[in-house]
Design a binder for this molecule. Structure first.
Ligand SMILES: [Zn+2]
Length: 191
């Protein structure tokens, strides 16, 4: 009984990790990234030679995404011989053991960005165009002569308590997520 409940436990954290990884990959690469990860989760790998027939993503785009995922160690290159055709395939395997560190790295990077934004917002070093709502760091605003490069409206200091509160809330959520994932036992249960 303890064995089966343990197995369920690790499957559960694996599924949770995959769910979070999907969100992250979708943020990074859009729908294409999500499709690739879905395919990798269901098949375990994707073959370079079969990208066009495996997923509904342009091959060039898929290769770029797989390369980026490989930089993050979420996929690793490998070879496989097709048992039916004898063809040697170059494949990308989903690296389950790197799942947890991939997620934590990305979340920590996002938190860093948010903390920096919060710092700038709090210090009043963000400028905004009220016509197009684009935002600029103070050095950019300075370089543009405090005029929006898109519509020439005057850039004004963004002093937005809502933005600051939202940033704080996002950082709080990320912190909760990070400590939840850090407490998870495995790097991805099912290997
Ligand atoms: Zn503008």
């Amino acid at each position: 009984m303890s064995i089966s409940s343990e197995a369920v436990g690790s499957d559960k954290s694996f599924n949770e990790l995959i769910g979070i990884a999907k969100e992250i990959v979708k943020n990074m690469f859009g729908e294409a990234g999500e499709k690739i990860l879905d395919y990798l989760v269901s098949k375990g790998y994707i073959a370079e030679e079969r990208i066009a027939t495996s997923i509904d993503v342009r091959s060039n785009e898929a290769r770029k995404i797989l390369q980026r995922l490989s930089d993050e160690a979420l996929v690793v290159p490998d070879r496989l011989r097709d048992e039916e055709t004898g063809e040697a395939l170059h494949i990308w395997r989903l690296n389950n053991t790197a799942l947890k560190s991939f997620i934590l790295n990305r979340l920590r990077k996002t938190r860093e960005k948010l903390e920096l934004l919060l710092k700038y917002e709090s210090e009043g070093s963000i400028y905004i165009c009220r016509t197009c709502n684009r935002r600029f760091y103070i050095d950019e605003a300075y370089a543009y002569g405090f005029q929006c490069p898109h519509d020439n409206d005057v850039l004004v200091e963004a002093n937005n308590p809502t933005t600051i509160a939202n940033l704080k809330e996002s950082i709080r959520k990320i912190n909760t997520l990070i400590s939840m994932i850090e407490r998870m036992q495995s790097g991805g249960g099912k290997v």
